[in-house]
Design a protein around this ligand. Structure first.
Ligand code: THG
Length: 289
């Protein structure tokens, strides 16, 4: 069984298909969230610290950190946000940046093994990111996209994953340190988008057995009542082989769907995790059925 180990100074997280799903908290991301953008532009890091703590409290065991504020110096801002987050929690981090300079600066001071988000199948990306992953002993997310764009078919997405895994191997990066992202896109824009991603996950698991992540909330962009769509979809994706979704654990429908999916797949002995989460949700509300 392939195991991806991530660490921070004091905490270690193990991602594997026979263990509970690892939720990577998505909320520290100004691209996806207007309030975060406004706070960061104002130099206010209180909301970042609060978001970090709240996501961990809600069950995230890794946090995605994205510092993409237009016009800001990403190298400086990414380091600042990571330090702020690490001042309140010690879960391993997923460093979400397309900027190799900002990435390297973060890898330099990070104490442990982070998840680099991300590399893709384009030469430029492979050449910039994989050597850094090797040098700093990190794990990395490989996106199923290359210079031709996002492939339309599951087979073509698999081919991009294969290319990334092969190039990593040439540099001595072990397969367990590659986490593949099949790419989740808006189902409202393309009625086959959800299906293609699920089929890609199945192929990747069959072929490589590697861990699989994705921006699981992407599928519901443009739809009303996103939480129900996200909850159903994430459970289906876990059944297909998703092991570490980037998602919002504060949405109860989503975190409950993850726990229920894990239980259905034999990853929750005596339903302990489900019951523990139930008690946490109903803290102070007395016993309820
Ligand atoms: N793959 C990988 N990394 C990724 C993505 C991916 N990183 C970024 C993104 N996609 C995942 N992160 C988010 C963050 C927020 C949202 C979706 C994905 C989101 N935000 C709400 C919105 O835009 O409507 C706002 C929520 C709020 O304000 O609370 O949906 O695919 N490897």
């Amino acid at each position: 069984m392939i195991e991806t180990k991530l660490t921070n100074k004091n905490k270690s997280v193990s991602i594997r298909r026979d263990a509970p799903t690892v939720m990577i908290g998505e909320r520290i991301n100004p691209t996806g969230r207007k309030e975060v953008l406004a706070a960061l532009e104002a130099g206010d890091f209180e909301s970042v610290r609060r978001d970090a703590l709240a996501q961990v409290e809600a069950g995230a065991t890794v946090l995605d950190i994205n510092a993409g504020v237009p016009g800001a110096d990403e190298t400086i801002l990414l380091e600042k946000i990571i330090r702020e987050v690490m001042s309140v929690t010690d879960v391993p981090l997923c460093i979400d940046t397309a900027n190799p300079k900002a990435l390297e600066a973060a890898l330099k001071f990070y104490e442990g093994k982070p998840l680099v988000n991300s590399v893709n199948g384009e030469e430029k990306s492979l050449e910039a990111v994989l050597p850094l992953v090797k040098e700093y002993g990190a794990a990395v997310i490989g996106l199923c996209i290359d210079s031709h764009g996002i492939p339309a078919s599951p087979e073509e997405r698999l081919a991009v994953a294969e290319k990334i895994i092969g190039r990593a191997a040439q540099l001595g990066i072990p397969i367990e340190d590659i986490v593949i992202d099949p790419l989740a896109m808006a189902m409202s824009a393309d009625h086959k988008a959800g299906w293609v991603t699920l089929e890609t996950i199945k192929l990747i698991v069959q072929e490589f057995g590697v861990n699989v992540t994705m921006g699981a909330s992407n599928v519901s962009f443009g739809l009303p009542d996103r939480k129900y769509v996200n909850a159903a979809y994430i459970a289906m994706a876990i059944q297909a082989g998703l092991t570490c979704p980037i998602t919002n654990p504060l949405v109860t429908e989503i975190s409950a769907a993850v726990l229920a999916a894990d239980m259905a797949l034999g990853k929750d002995e005596f339903s302990m995790r489900w019951i523990k989460a139930y008690r946490k949700r109903n803290k102070g509300a007395g016993e309820k059925r």
